[in-house]
Ligand binder design. Structure first.
Ligand code: ADP
Ligand code: ADP
Ligand code: ZN
Length: 215
């Protein structure tokens, strides 16, 4: 199963990708996670990406395209992959098509999560992320067993640097200008699966699985 999860910041791409990863036994590839790890490790790529991420802008296409091209060639992607947060621009989608042709692979579906703007802001402001393992939580909708502590690894839960009001606004703008056109792009390719992302985490998961079976 070769999947893309598409949707605005806070739609639940990461949350659903982790569940799909378990369900299908294929890896989640989150360009956001990979970039944050590079920032944390202060690699040359991380240093370059940081200013874009802090401002709520997209990192240049060539950076993320390179990340994904290499990642797709790793052996754990042999049975499939879940792209979370990539592609985010039309040139990224074109580059992905090229990579997939080279690998003799095809996309099965592009899952587009539909969530209204009020819910997005509520989800992003309440999001907490484990400093150690990156697992995501929500203070109200998906709380950890113990306050401020990752249930999976015991790490400290923190708010992401870019999950603040000003940056959220800029990220939404970037989504509408640069990423939203991908819905039409994949609709024309016959791959788009539109999913109502407004219900609870488990319900959304079920809707995705049912939709994939039917597609
Ligand atoms: P969210 O989960 O809120 O949608 P991500 O963790 O996917 O956010 O991404 C965080 C930031 O990393 C983005 O705001 C952007 O700066 C950068 N980023 C992640 N993926 C991409 C991409 N495919 N293209 C460009 N920038 C990206
Ligand atoms: P994205 O990767 O699209 O930015 P996340 O998966 O990180 O989104 O989800 C954003 C926040 O919303 C997280 O705090 C997560 O726990 C929460 N969340 C995800 N899905 C739902 C849902 N269906 N209902 C309520 N909260 C959700
Ligand atoms: Zn953790």
């Amino acid at each position: 199963m070769n999947l893309i999860l598409l949707g605005p910041p806070g739609a639940g791409k990461g949350t659903q990708s982790v569940l799909l990863e378990k369900h299908f036994g294929i890896p989640q590839i989150s360009t956001g996670d990979i970039l944050r790890a590079a920032v944390k490790a202060s690699t040359p790529m991380g240093v370059k990406a940081k200013s874009f991420m802090d401002a709520g802008n997209l990192v240049p296409d060539e950076v993320v395209v390179g990340i994904v091209r290499e990642r797709l060639q790793e052996s754990d992607c042999a049975n499939g992959f879940i792209l979370d947060g990539f592609p985010r621009t039309v040139p990224q989608a074109d580059a992905l098509n090229e990579s997939l042709v080279q690998l003799s692979r095809e996309l099965d579906a592009v899952v587009s999560l539909q969530v209204d703007i009020h819910a997005l802001v509520e989800r992003l402001t309440g999001r907490r992320t484990c400093k150690e393992c990156g697992k995501g939580y929500h203070v109200t909708f998906d709380p950890p067993a113990a306050d401020g502590t990752c249930s999976a690894c015991g790490g400290e839960l923190v708010q992401r640097d870019d999950d603040h009001e000003e940056t959220i606004r800029r990220r939404m703008q970037a989504y509408h200008q640069q990423t939203a056109p991908l819905e039409e792009y994949y609709r024309l390719a016959g791959l788009l699966l539109t999913v109502d992302g407004m219900s609870g985490i488990e319900d959304v998961q079920q809707t995705i699985l049912t939709g994939l079976q039917a597609s």
